[in-house]
Design a protein around this ligand. Structure first.
Ligand code: GDP
Length: 309
């Protein structure tokens, strides 16, 4: 099953290159492009408040709608101390947005995370941001990005990256520098076109690979991950296959998908979707949540966490 209705993408940027501003604008504009027949609950009220104030914190997982397509955007930490987390995120997504400041060009954090994305075989969309700056040097920055791709041994397909020119601040994007830009539609279109849809067997036994852990003071430990195959339902019994090789019977007491900057309770989700579950105290990164009658853990890939000196 090909999930034409979902794109899972990580966003990579050096600090201050405009990640928060861009996602904020994508959220703001997403409603505008929504088709009439697609009616969904609005984003949580607190998010609306946040939007009015201007968002200061980018949620780790954000989703925006473009027409009937849900784009899950996973924030990626840029610092080398989070190397393991970055690698796990790269395994969860099908593409990346590489955001680069039109004046500064690629910086160390751009390089670090890009390297992980390329290694995972992902094809980035390069977004040159802040093109409104009077000191923007767009052509040079594209050349520097290309040099960086070459230095990081990108393959031919990755080198053939799509470039989008944007002003996140003004909520504009365009595919050619000489084009007129009115909104972020060209960026949304490029995401739909360039990032592959997640795929998998929705009828198979469940495999939900936990790639991140979050904590909420009311609901406790939350496991976040992508459904590799099958379908997950709220209140279902499941088996947690731990990385230590132990199997634990568990109940999925809460199931959430990401909506805007918040989480939304859902009854079920199927292959390709990124979900969060709560109610399992012992949940850890690398664990697989499986159907009771079909327990097969996703092989655990040990990621060397850099030691902080
Ligand atoms: P982040 O650290 O990558 O999340 O960056 P922010 O979104 O917080 O942006 C850092 C700074 O750059 C802020 O002062 C933004 O207002 C500014 N900024 C973001 N996008 C643009 C843009 O398109 N043009 C200009 N001129 N400034 C921008």
């Amino acid at each position: 099953m090909k999930r034409q209705d979902i794109r899972n993408v990580a966003i990579i940027a050096h600090v201050d290159h405009g990640k928060t501003t861009l996602v904020d604008q994508m959220l703001k504009q997403s409603g505008t492009f929504r088709s009439n027949e697609f009616v969904e609950e609005r984003v949580m009220d607190s998010n609306d408040l946040e939007r009015e104030r201007g968002i200061t914190i980018l949620s780790k997982n954000t989703s925006v709608m473009y027409g009937d397509v849900k784009i899950n955007i996973i924030d990626t930490p840029g610092h080398a101390d989070f190397g393991g987390e970055v690698e796990r995120i790269m395994k969860m997504v099908d593409g990346v947005l590489l955001l680069v400041d039109a004046k500064e060009g690629p910086m160390p954090q751009t390089r670090f995370v890009l390297q992980k994305a390329l290694k995972e075989g992902l094809k980035p969309i390069v977004v040159v941001n802040k093109i409104d700056r009077t000191d923007a040097r767009v052509e040079e920055v594209i050349d520097e990005v290309l040099d960086l791709f070459i230095a990081l041994e990108a393959d031919d397909d990755q080198l053939d990256f799509a470039a989008v020119y944007a002003s996140a601040k003004d909520g504009l994007a365009k595919l050619n520098q000489e084009d007129e830009a009115t909104d972020l539609r060209p960026l949304f279109e490029e995401i739909l076109k360039q990032i592959p849809c997640p795929e998998g067997d929705s009828e198979a036994g469940l495999q939900l690979l936990i790639s991140n852990i979050d904590y909420d003071k009311y609901i406790g430990r939350i496991g976040i991950g992508k459904i590799i195959r099958g379908t997950v339902k709220k209140n279902q019994m499941a088996v947690l296959a731990s990385t230590k090789g132990q199997n634990l019977n568990v109940k999925i007491s809460n199931l959430y998908s990401f909506q805007g900057l918040g989480r939304r309770d859902i009854e079920a989700a199927t292959v390709g979707e990124i979900v969060a579950i709560s109610g399992i105290a012992d949940i850890n990164i690398g664990d697989t949540i499986c159907s009771v009658d079909d327990v097969e853990a996703v092989p655990f890939v040990k990621i060397d966490e850099p030691t902080i000196s």
